[in-house]
Design a protein around this ligand. Structure first.
Ligand code: ASP
Ligand code: MG
Length: 461
């Protein structure tokens, strides 16, 4: 069995649907289960409905709902020209829009947008995309069945970012999906949406369809979990900075998690964790180039068995516009408890610290920009001297075999020999080496590091 997750752009027009149908047709023997996101930017539009209602602008909310309806009708029209499937799709759409209109009426009437109502609205995107995709695919000759995620993904009631109840979800997933698969159909499940044990609709947090796919893969004991996107996999660098960035063939889960934290646009580690923990290989693939292998992500404990590559560095990531805070105190000499006092301040102000370097009299950290900088200065100023530098960026090289490869640090610093490095961290996880540089130097630093450590000509060395 394979679980295949398609993003909302994979189904935006007839060509895209034909491509997805072609991918599935070639994999029928592997018994696919499809998970789909909302089409295009539907979830953003649904957020727009909620913001309008928050402002008391029910008219604005209805206007956005109308746009969502027209957008979907347009997609349906491009894919299903006539026949019973077209009629059925229009019925599905009309039913969903009617539900959305009633939700808006209810919220307008109450003058309140509760967390529970928000989820009822936000779920609309996937509650539409899954039945529509099932119809689109069946019009292309595939036997499909839309499966309602509210009867599959059981969650707590933490609306907006509900946590799945893993065992209950597994039981439900098997009882709903296995009979469909047994009957030779491809289940099509909307991602992101679930329901509490009481049956109240919930959502898993933005981008949650990836988590749905991973949960289902684990529940069904899938052989593979595939994320179909419009890029070639996880890349060796941001292609906007490095035009010759390439897909990384194999990446450990730890590397993928570090990359996400260090600013790369990759799958959220929490989303793929259930499948990775269950030992299910995860692949990121490009629906525009279905024969490309993409990137394989595997459990780090298997790192010894599956080589990440022939190179120490898998990928170069960066975070722009960060803040560097330098805390300096001679009182720290030989004293204890200083670090605790410093970090208590960060904790009190709810500021999350990213990278840290310390010496005997100094602590330097990086963090995302925050409006609490003045407060931070005032509170830390009571215990030490403070320097705050904005406009810095963090450039990181990530690789499972960094600690066991001699000479990488020399190559990193060699590549950056004319760039001023403000801070270095290495050795925490052993999987990344990060450097803080002026933000304007980030693009050049990334290109240099990529050329030195990830360039195609380096393959096999
Ligand atoms: N449609 C939801 C979102 O845009 C969930 C997803 O796409 O994964 O966040
Ligand atoms: Mg989406």
């Amino acid at each position: 069995m394979i679980v295949m997750k398609f993003g909302g752009t994979s189904v935006k027009d007839a060509e895209a649907v034909d491509r997805v149908a072609g991918i599935l047709a070639g994999r029928i023997d592997e018994r696919p289960v499809v998970v789909v996101s909302a089409f295009g930017d539907t979830t953003d539009a649904l957020e727009g409905i909620l913001s309008a209602l928050d402002r008391g602008d029910a008219g604005g909310a209805r206007a956005v709902a109308g746009e969502i309806g027209r957008g979907h009708a347009d997609v349906v029209g491009r894919i299903l020209t006539a026949g019973p499937a077209a009629t059925e799709a229009r019925d599905v759409l009309e039913g969903a829009l009617e539900r959305l209109r009633r939700l808006i009426d209810g919220m307008e009437c109450l003058g309140e947008v509760s967390a529970r109502s928000r989820d009822a609205v936000l779920a609309s995107g996937e509650m539409l995309s899954a039945p529509l995709l099932a119809l689109f695919l069946s019009s292309r000759g595939l036997k499909t069945r839309a499966a309602d995620p509210r009867f599959i993904v059981a969650t707590d009631e933490d609306h907006g970012r509900a946590a799945p109840l893993v065992d209950e979800t597994a039981t439900r997933a098997r009882s709903v999906l296995l009979p469909m698969i047994g009957a030779g159909a491809i289940p099509v499940v909307g991602g992101y949406v679930g329901a509490s044990i009481r049956g109240v609709v919930t959502t898993l947090g933005r981008g949650g369809s990836d988590l749905t796919a991973s949960l289902l893969a684990k529940a069904l004991g899938a052989d593979t979990l595939e994320y179909w996107k419009d890029v070639d996999g996880i890349l060796t660098a941001d292609p906007q900075l490095v035009p010759d960035a390439r897909p990384v063939p194999r990446l450990s889960f730890r590397e993928a998690a570090e990359l996400a934290f260090l600013g790369a646009r990759v799958l959220h580690p929490a989303s793929i964790q259930p499948a990775v923990e269950a030992g299910i290989p995860v692949r990121v693939r490009n629906s525009y180039k279905p024969t490309n292998p993409g990137t394989l992500i595997f459990d780090s404990s298997a790192a010894g068995r599956i080589s990440t590559a022939d190179r120490a560095v898998s990928s170069v990531a960066c975070k722009r516009d960060q803040v560097l805070v330098n805390v300096y105190s001679t009182r720290m000499l030989g004293a204890r408890g200083f670090l605790r006092r410093v970090f208590e301040v960060f904790d009190r102000l709810a500021i999350s610290v990213d990278h840290i370097a310390t010496s005997e009299v100094n602590v330097t950290v990086t963090m995302a920009p925050t409006d609490r900088v003045e407060q931070l200065k005032a509170e830390l100023g009571a215990v030490a001297e403070i320097g705050v530098t904005t406009d810095v960026g963090v450039v990181s090289v990530v690789g499972e075999s960094l600690p066991s490869t001699p000479g990488v640090a020399a190559r990193v610093f060699g590549a950056l020999s004319d760039i001023n490095v403000r801070l270095v961290t290495y050795g925490g996880s052993g999987v990344n080496l990060s450097l803080v540089v002026a933000d304007r130097d980030v693009p050049l630093a990334v290109r240099r590091l990529h050329a030195e450590l990830c360039a195609a000509s380096d393959e096999g060395t």
